[in-house]
Ligand binder design. Sequence first.
Ligand code: 6PG
Length: 254
Amino acid sequence: MTLTRVFADAEDLAARAAEIFAEAIGAALRDRGRAVVVLAGGTTPCAAYERLAVLVAGERLPLDRIDWLTGDERWVPIDHPDSNEGMARRSLLGPLGAPERTIHSWQPARGDPADCAARFAARLARGPLSAGADLAILGIGADGHTASLFPGAAALLPGGREEPVGPDLPVDAAAVRLPSGVRLTLTPKWLGMARCVAFLAAGGGKRDALARTLRGDRAAAAAWVRGSVDTLFLVDRAAAGPGPDATGRDVRYA
Ligand code: 6PG
């Protein structure tokens, strides 16, 4: 199922998205005794993460059986203000008291980025992460990128190999060279294993990117990723644009 849920504003989006995330985590725990959650970076998810921490704690979900990782990371230490893991720890994992062994860090800014991504890919292939994610929360950039999948940028692969970032990258994780610096990212290959992919987008600045993603414009990397069961677009009215949606897609206005 692909569903777009349109909420009144960014605050309403954060509150309702947190409820939807908590439900998805609870369902995974019920169905398979574990939950693997990919967390988006950037700024939009922060408020939802703060509410999710309260919901997960309130429902007393078993923290030792929920595994967390970020969908991408900047090449900075975790205590750096630009760190996605740092943001996730401050807004969700810290307040929740998530056990360290359940937080799967990219361990960025050490050694060679391509090797760092390859080490992370090896980690994805074993243990709790090997079944893929139950919930992958992803953002959408104003240019249509998601995670750190920037179309055409150079993906740095082990052994000095480089490939353009695209929907068919043959690895589960890669380093990406951008004008702004190096990033680490999960690829569509691994993200597409997620039972549920939930995109979060807020503000008028995301309207064009969201529209392109929804109509499947392959120049928008967010169009490359869909859940293996469900794909949700959780957006506010500013990002969705004036309704009602005339495309016949499943759009629900909160
Ligand atoms: C990152 C993200 C990136 C983000 C989008 C949207 O590291 O920046 O993972 O993919 O989700 O750029 O970012 P905002 O939520 O800040 O608009």
